[in-house]
Design a protein around this ligand. Structure first.
Ligand code: NDP
Ligand code: GDR
Length: 372
């Protein structure tokens, strides 16, 4: 059988890295679109680097941007992909309130640019396309658990842009018979998760607090409920969606929801530190009640978590809980990780990372501060 060729936008992101790993293991030739950056931004995929002089190179990066049609058309013409996975996006909900126009351009019109490129190049029968849709589409709760038939009510510029992308994908499927699908993925995390998403922010901070490298973790809405899965499981679903006989849209979720506050407790508990919350609203605080790990000298009774309203969103999504029935029955998809396993892996990675940082600090090296 001829090898399959996949083009991944957003290859330098969390999902792009896991998906590239998965497709390479299946024998695909992978092309990825990478934005020009003043610093290297390929840390998540550096292990996949192959010498461009190697005739059998199976992992190839192209400079590009979802805001540039000419660039997308040229890359798709050159690559002639069997499958496109459109994972590229300005993916931070809170930041989309600061950069709404850019978000609409990259996340909404960017999807249209890819679909049009396929059409212009006469590839509608050859190239399948996966669109990274999101549970943020459900926004203000209409019904739970949220399934493929639950009405959308987006609550951020990000979600509104993704709503356009969702429907333009459906429209190109219906209008031109394209194999174009939406995966409506609920939150998925991993040790590769961006540092400013809440789970990674928590696992990093808990690790640093345990090691004495940080004193406080400031968060926004502790009451928000999310259906958190592992990115490694979720990229499997993306692949399966494009291997079906018929192009359809699928919800990918675990069906379990957890509050942000509980994720905090779980992350600290993984380090042997019990945290309890007291107070309400902006005055709510998390305190250390016990520490069973002698390596971590955390003071009992110490305040380690507080609310900072600067992390509140102008409009919030309070509750997400997905109904994965369709993906389980039609795709045969089943997540391998539960929340406990996810938290365990994330905390283990971050504590190892900061243990090295602590060694440097203890040896007299200056540790850089980081913006959240
Ligand atoms: P990340 O933020 O980790 O990665 C986003 C990727 O998109 C990065 O490679 C980024 O490049 C790239 N990108 C950003 N803007 C552009 C642009 N204008 N042109 C080309 N590429 C661009 O996101 P995730 O991996 O977590 O998510 C992947 C996709 O899935 C996104 O579309 C996201 O919105 C969607 N999604 C994610 C969910 C999740 O829980 N993770 C859930 C549901 C949907 P750079 O590295 O240069 O910044
Ligand atoms: P989300 O993820 O907005 O669901 O979007 P995020 O981790 O940013 O927020 C989850 C919930 O936690 C609350 N929260 C905080 N969030 C952040 N980032 N920082 C904080 O300090 C903080 N404190 C509380 C948020 O208010 C929210 O309720 C993610 C992204 O990956 C999207 O691209 C994707 O589409 C959706 O998941 C599904």
């Amino acid at each position: 059988m001829a090898k399959k060729v996949a083009l991944i936008t957003g290859i330098t992101g969390q999902d792009g890295a896991y998906l590239a790993d998965l497709l390479l293991s299946k024998g695909y030739e992978i092309h990825g679109i990478k934005r020009r950056s003043s610093l290297f931004n390929t840390e998540r995929i550096d292990h996949l680097y192959q010498d461009p002089h190697d005739e059998n190179q199976k992992f190839i990066l192209h400079y590009g941007d979802l805001s540039d049609s000419t660039n997308l058309i040229r890359i798709i013409q050159q690559v002639q992909p069997d499958e496109i996975y459109n994972l590229g996006a300005m993916s931070h909900v809170k930041v989309s309130f600061d950069t709404p126009e850019y978000t609409a351009n990259a996340d909404g019109i960017g999807t249209l640019r890819l679909l049009e490129a396929i059409r212009i190049l006469g590839l509608t029968k050859k190239t399948k396309i996966y669109q990274a849709s999101t549970s943020e589409l459900y926004g203000l709760v209409q019904a739970v658990p949220q399934s493929e038939t639950t009405p959308f009510y987006p609550r951020s510029p990000y979600a509104v842009a993704k709503m356009y992308a969702y429907w333009i994908t459906v429209n190109y499927r219906e209008a031109y018979g394209m194999f174009a699908c939406n995966g409506i993925l609920f939150n998925h995390e991993s040790p590769l998760r961006g540092e400013t998403f809440v789970t990674r922010k928590i696992t990093r901070a808990a690790s640093k607090i345990a090691l004495g490298l940080q004193s406080m973790l400031f968060l926004g809405n502790l009451d928000a409920q999310r259906d958190w899965g592992h990115a490694k499981d979720y990229v499997e679903a993306m692949y399966l969606i494009l291997q079906q006989e018929v192009a359809e849209d699928f919800v990918i979720a675990t069906g379990v929801t957890t509050r942000v506050r509980e994720f905090v407790r779980l992350a600290f508990a993984e380090l042997g530190i019990a945290v309890e919350f007291k107070g309400e609203g902006v005055d709510e605080k998390g305190y250390v009640v016990s520490c069973s790990n002698p390596n971590y000298q955390v003071e009992i009774g110490k305040e380690v978590v507080a609310v900072d309203p600067k992390y509140f969103r102008p409009t919030e999504v309070d509750l997400l809980i997905g109904d994965p029935t369709k993906s389980k029955t039609k795709l045969g998809w089943e997540p391998k990780y539960d929340l406990q396993g996810l938290v365990k892996e994330m905390v283990a990675t971050d504590v190892e990372l900061f243990r090295r940082e602590k060694l440097l600090k203890d040896s007299g090296y200056q540790i850089k501060n980081q913006f959240e």
